[in-house]
Design a protein around this ligand. Structure first.
Ligand SMILES: NC(=O)c1ccc[n+]([C@@H]2O[C@H](COP(=O)([O-])OP(=O)(O)OC[C@H]3O[C@@H](n4cnc5c(N)ncnc54)[C@H](OP(=O)(O)O)[C@@H]3O)[C@@H](O)[C@H]2O)c1
Length: 312
């Protein structure tokens, strides 16, 4: 795994991938690299103009890229259901799902169309619902993989079942950490459930360390303390968004990636550097919390994972 780069991505010809939040940042870089390696890539996002721009930019670099854009707003379960239905009508199977989209530390508590706290809803609950809805297609995929974007922030996260939606107390960073811990718990639990049910998936997770993207401008905003701190620390502590995408790409494509694994940069505090296995906090592996979170998520989203007929 030493020095793993995009040059190590195995040929992705014949593979179909869906990436959430692919209109910018890490999602865009993931789409670009996968398309460059030959995958058929469906970029999804909530801003159609940005989506079409992303497609044009990929085609500038790879004129033969097999890429398309679809609307998928993760702040709405109706949009998730609508996308999944359209996708299932157009495709029989899916080989790779990258649950990437996210928002961070929104200064004021916001809610999704379904009334969920925005970070929990966008970063986690909608990805839970999307994965459940696409499960039958993933089960028909070729060595299908699901990659969830987590974060170093999972290390300080906790699942607050007593106030999951931060209604009693909203602390922007705490809500973000909870959502990113939920994504890691979900990745590990999905592998457990796939193994138990014979779905044949590889589910793993990745984090980019500290990558220079629009996450802070889109969240706390320019002028915020995070933004000012970021500008101070960036030269030493961060890497480019393309470099930050390598752990995701390794998890999504490499034969070295392990089922239930977690990948991040291998430098100081996993902030930057080439991809390697990342540190998982014990709370992310707690099977009791994972089972409870799974059940709560099914209730909140109204979507359940079910044994597809073909795998029954
Ligand atoms: N950058 C880092 O250092 C870092 C560190 C740890 C984890 N991460 C994780 O990496 C992932 C990607 O973040 P990034 O750094 O690439 O940030 P980014 O540049 O802000 O990109 C986030 C992407 O998610 C999309 N998105 C946001 N809300 C959405 C919604 N409701 N529906 C659909 N798409 C939505 C954004 O679309 P718009 O363009 O429409 O806003 C954008 O394409 C996130 O899950 C984040 O938590 C990043």
């Amino acid at each position: 795994m030493t020095g793993w780069t995009t040059a190590d991505i195995p040929s992705q010809h014949g593979r179909l991938a869906v990436i959430t939040g692919a209109t910018g940042g890490l999602g865009y870089e993931t789409a670009l690299a996968l398309a460059g390696a030959g995958a058929k890539v469906v970029l999804t996002g909530r801003n159609d103009t940005k989506g079409q721009n992303a497609i044009a930019r990929i085609r500038d670099q790879f004129p033969n890229a097999d890429v398309s854009y679809e609307t998928l707003d993760l702040a709405s379960l109706a949009s998730v259901a609508d996308f999944a239905a359209r996708f299932a009508a157009a495709h029989a199977s899916l080989d790779l799902l990258v649950n990437n989209a996210g928002v961070m530390s929104l200064p004021k508590r916001q809610t999704t169309a379904d009334g969920f706290e925005m970070q929990l809803g966008t970063n986690y609950l909608s990805h839970y619902a999307l994965t459940a809805r696409l499960l039958p297609l993933l089960c028909r995929g070729h060595q299908a993989r699901v990659v969830n974007l987590s974060s170093l922030a999972h290390r300080t996260g906790a699942i607050n079942f007593d106030d999951l939606q931060s209604t009693r107390s909203y602390v922007p960073w705490t809500a973000y950490c909870q959502s990113k811990l939920a994504m890691l718990i979900f990745a590990i639990e999905l592998q457990r459930r796939s193994d138990a049910a014979g779905w044949g998936l590889m589910s793993n997770a990745a984090h980019p360390g500290y990558a220079r993207t629009d996450l802070i401008p889109n969240g706390p905003g320019t002028g915020s303390l995070s933004w000012r701190l970021g500008r101070l620390l960036q030269p030493m502590m961060s890497h480019s968004s393309a470099e930050g995408t390598l752990p995701t790409l390794l998890a999504a494509t490499s034969a070295q990636a392990k089922a239930g694994g977690y990948y991040g940069p291998d430098g100081f505090y996993e902030l930057k550097g080439p991809p390697a296995p990342a540190k998982i906090m014990p709370r992310a592996k707690d099977a009791t919390v994972a089972a409870r979170l799974w059940d709560v998520s099914a209730t909140l989203t109204g979507v359940s994972f079910y044994q597809p007929a073909a795998a029954a």
